[in-house]
Design a protein around this ligand. Structure first.
Ligand code: PRP
Length: 211
């Protein structure tokens, strides 16, 4: 059987995605979410799972270091790569949102300072609304920025809403619905078409059982 390499980011999506793959019959018996190991293998199905940083998943797939990737739509929107996006896995659902203090009036704003892990998306969103922005790119704990007066609002993903709530912030606008997607390297798809189609068919079957 031709081998397949799947790139995934550790964390919330990975735990759900691995359960989904198990339902599809792809088993990484030595997987342990607490482990620092970066490669796990299903020998029987010739599937290798590699763990990389979330924002790097599309790069591994675009360059062919991985045939397949599991990644949030938010990452793909912020930094589009030349890959096929073939399946919405329906897991890791969250909303890309503008958030800030309750009552913040975006409609009358002509200029905003925006903190975000998604500088391109944030810029594009406010440009479309005719609002000038200064974008501050942060890599985490974005909710802190309005609290310390560094930004007026943030653009970030909201899943349960707990982080916003615990920091006295609210969703002001939803920009996009986000979920995990299965992406595929273009050359791999041309060379290993049947193998990848079968893998996707198995995942789709897993999805029916999983959901
Ligand atoms: C993400 C996101 C929010 C939080 C939203 O951060 O950037 O901060 O999760 O989730 P919630 O709505 O369920 O509270 P992450 O946990 O990846 O940590 P980070 O701040 O270090 O990026």
């Amino acid at each position: 059987m031709e081998s397949l390499t799947v790139a995934m980011a550790k964390g919330r999506i990975a735990n759900q995605a691995i359960k989904l793959l198990e339902t599809a019959g792809i088993l990484f018996s030595d997987f342990d979410e607490k482990s620092r190991k970066l490669i796990f293998t299903d020998e029987e199905r010739s599937v290798k799972l590699i763990f990389v940083k979330a924002v790097d998943v599309p790069t591994y797939v675009e360059l062919g270091a991985a045939d397949i990737g599991v990644i949030g739509k938010d990452v793909m929107l912020e930094d589009p790569k030349d890959v096929y996006e073939l399946l919405d896995l329906g897991i890791g659902k969250c909303k890309l949102s503008v958030a800030g203090f309750p009552g913040e009036n975006l409609v009358n704003s002509s200029q905003l300072t925006v903190a975000s892990k998604y500088p391109s998306l944030a810029k594009m969103h406010f440009n479309q609304k005719g609002i000038r922005t200064e974008i501050i790119k942060l890599n985490g704990s974005v909710e802190l920025a309005p609290l310390i007066g560094m930004a007026d609002v943030i653009v970030d993903i909201v899943e349960t809403g707990a982080t916003l709530k615990e920091n006295g912030l609210v969703v002001l606008e939803t920009i996009a619905e986000v979920s995990a997607r299965l992406i595929v390297n273009k050359a791999s798809f041309a060379i290993k078409t049947e193998r990848i189609q079968n893998f996707i068919a198995d995942v789709k079957t897993g999805l029916e059982v999983y959901s």
